[in-house]
Design a protein around this ligand. Structure first.
Ligand code: UDP
Ligand code: MG
Length: 311
């Protein structure tokens, strides 16, 4: 019996890329004879003609090409989650709409899963050609930091482009947290993952929406979702300050006995110390605030996305 492969594609303002995407992917997938294919395009509240393009695709092939459109932009993570929930396949592959995830890798990915040795085949970019130096530097720093402080391994350069078995998809879906950091979630659920390397490919059309600022925010979210280490900073800074203050007290007492008139000096250093401690306290409060805000969002149990139309 033929197995079903679901292709999940988050789309945000991708009307220029979509006309290239479907022909390229379907051509490759037709070359795998033992697979039926269904597509789930998730229109993540696009402001351009993405939905019109998706309707066209659906009308040409209503049984296999489906789309979900959100009531507004909920972000790629939400779109991925909606797509994984909708997918019916024995295997599910997640791909970007801009053909930066080379479709030519699909047969190899499928072969690894079909052989049964792996539950997931991920992809890893080995270079960042065409990307700003500063952005690459920040990304490298991020992977170094998060892998030091988190128990969940985050593979450097790993893309969301991956093919999974039904078992792994169900495991990913069982994580219902509203702060969804996919790179962490895919790794957290475990299973045997094979990574394939490839060289960076430029977008086929349209433009990427990631500014350095949004990447930075993404990195902070990843760290707070998958590590408690920043919370320990408060403990260590507190201990260090307490230790220094003991040294300070000893110093002041000893100096008083050596030279009883010296204690009028030192108000400048006092001000610096007070300022520094105030800063450290605010920093620690801020770190705690980050975690509290995530608890706050989670306990509200808001839906991760809202569907306007599903076909
Ligand atoms: N995307 C999305 N919602 C968003 C931003 C992006 O669904 O709010 C989709 C986008 O359409 C694309 C994929 O996520 O299919 C990756 O986005 P992009 O190409 O901008 O990121 P990059 O390739 O630079 O990581
Ligand atoms: Mg892209």
């Amino acid at each position: 019996m033929k197995k079903l492969l679901s292709v999940v594609v988050p789309c945000y303002n991708e009307c220029e890329a979509l006309p290239y995407f479907y022909p390229a992917v379907s051509k490759v997938l037709r070359s795998i004879p033992d697979l039926d294919v269904e597509y789930w395009f998730i229109d993540d509240g696009s402001q351009d003609n993405t939905l019109t393009e998706l309707r066209k695709l659906h009308d040409n092939c209503p049984d296999n090409i489906h789309y979900i459109t959100f009531s507004r932009n909920f972000g790629k993570e939400a779109a991925l989650y909606a797509g994984l929930q909708a997918a019916n396949g024995d295997y599910v592959v997640v791909m970007d709409a801009d053909l930066q995830d080379p479709p030519s890798m699909l047969p190899t990915m499928y072969q690894y899963l079909a052989d049964g040795e792996y539950d997931c085949v991920g992809t890893r970019r080995v270079d960042r050609k065409g990307e700003a130096k500063f952005k690459s530097f920040l990304s490298n720093m991020f992977y170094k930091v998060i892998n030091k402080i988190s128990n969940t391994a985050i593979v450097p350069g790993a893309r969301d482009y991956r093919m999974m078995t039904r078992q792994m998809v169900d495991a990913v879906l069982s994580m219902t947290e509203c702060n969804r950091f996919s790179k962490g979630i895919f790794s957290w659920v475990g299973f045997r993952t094979k990574y394939l390397d490839y060289h960076n490919v430029e977008r086929v059309a349209g433009k990427s929406d990631w500014s350095t600022r949004s990447l930075f925010k993404y990195a902070i979210n990843g760290i707070t979702d998958f590590s408690e280490a920043p919370l320990s900073i408060a403990v260590w800074l507190g201990l260090a300050a307490a230790f220094l203050s003991i040294l300070g007290i000893i110093f002041v007492v000893v100096r008083h006995f050596i030279d009883p008139h010296s204690s009028v000096f030192g108000w400048a250093s006092m001000v610096s110390i007070i300022l520094m401690l105030g800063g450290v306290q605010l920093l620690c409060l801020g770190i705690m605030g980050k975690y509290v805000s995530r608890i706050y969002l989670q306990v509200k149990h808001r839906p991760i996305y809202i569907i306007k139309e599903k076909k």
